[in-house]
Design a protein around this ligand. Sequence first.
Ligand code: SF4
Ligand code: SF4
Length: 450
Amino acid sequence: MRLGTTQQGRCIAPERPAGRNVAPVRVSLSVRSLRSRLRHVPSWRVSSSPAAESAGGVGTASPTAALERTSLVPDTLREMEQDTELQQHLAALAAAGQQALTRDERLKRQRSLDALGAPSFYATCQSRGVAPLKRSPARILQLNIGLYCNQACSHCHVESSPRRTAEQASRETVDRCLALLGGAATHGTEGAITTLDITGGAPELNTNFRYLVEQAAPLGVEIIDRCNLTVLLEPGQEDLVDFLARHKVRVVASLPCYSESNVDQQRGRGVFERSIAGLRLLNAAGYGVEGSGLLLDLVYNPGGAFLAPDQAKLEAAYKSELGSAYGIVFNRLLALNNMPIKRFADWLVRRDKLQSYMGLLVDNFNPETGASLMCRDTVSVRWDGTVYDCDFNQQLDMAIAQPGASASSRPLSIWDIQSLDELTGRPIRCDNHCYGCTAGSGSSCQGAVA
Ligand code: SF4
Ligand code: SF4
């Protein structure tokens, strides 16, 4: 199996996205260097206790260090305005509309595969012995409750940003999902939902986020918050960590590298420093600390057109680097591949790398991932209640169809079904982006699958 440009066990430097004005690459920061930088970040500052000052480093600072909070949103908007690629995309979006751009994106991927002479994803699965692509009883209900985010990452597959204010789950949508979740968690005939996976955008910034968590907690399901870490520092979120801990929410946090420059290139200037501060708040509340019962997992995704390195080796490197430099602890690292859709697809097209990246995914097709594809047991619901096999299909408008109807007919919504059991046995809607889930060790919202 060819692993392309993957470097095993290392979080390697991303290829620099155009329009991002970043500092030169440095592999790691010393504690003193971080302290010095924190003192000079104009929009956010941290002050620690006198004892920690005399001890000489952030790694020894009080975990309850007083934070002077300012929002990341103005910085993100400023960076977006300076990002010429993003501006071109937004202009195209305004001119052609989302559906036309999505169609165009699919065509480009298809042409790349045609040029490679690659077969369809269905054909590859069939010829390589993967079990039929049909839905199993649902175990995970994943809700994307809105696309608003305080960041605008260059590889974001949902194209979130502070500008996405329109797409937000209403109380009505949340209540309907809770009703389905309650039925599935307690009365499911074919098994029970074990997990409510809340994503976005920055889901915590949706006005219904805390209501959703409070109502779901008594149902006894695991609740996941897909957290970008910087949201913990947003004004108005001072009690967010306590809220998450009180409800035993598992935090799954994005941190695509343990080096500042790599993270800032992909996620925006200043994001690494805020992320480290967010991790320190979580650790101080017991998150990631052995025996606390509060789980903190980190998520890695590659900084360019290569596959995720070996998850176990990378986890060891993360633990070593974050532990020694910042005293950060966490439970597991989830290593994901980048999907060739949305901002990452645009990024590939502009660098003329879409064909080679698709080739990398196809060449590294791993049939052992087939049984664990997340679409088999996950139900993905969009902010407006439309139902999908996964979050990627959600971003490509590939909804589950009404029973007996064609895929292009009215999409299935949460108001069309009485129980999640009704989805069991339905065919999964796949396309060539699915090669991203089967390449190498595979990729899912729970990390590698093989
Ligand atoms: S933090 Fe997550 S949702 Fe927000 S822009 Fe970045 S990748 Fe997208
Ligand atoms: S992209 Fe979605 S539908 Fe395709 S294989 Fe991955 S999880 Fe399944």
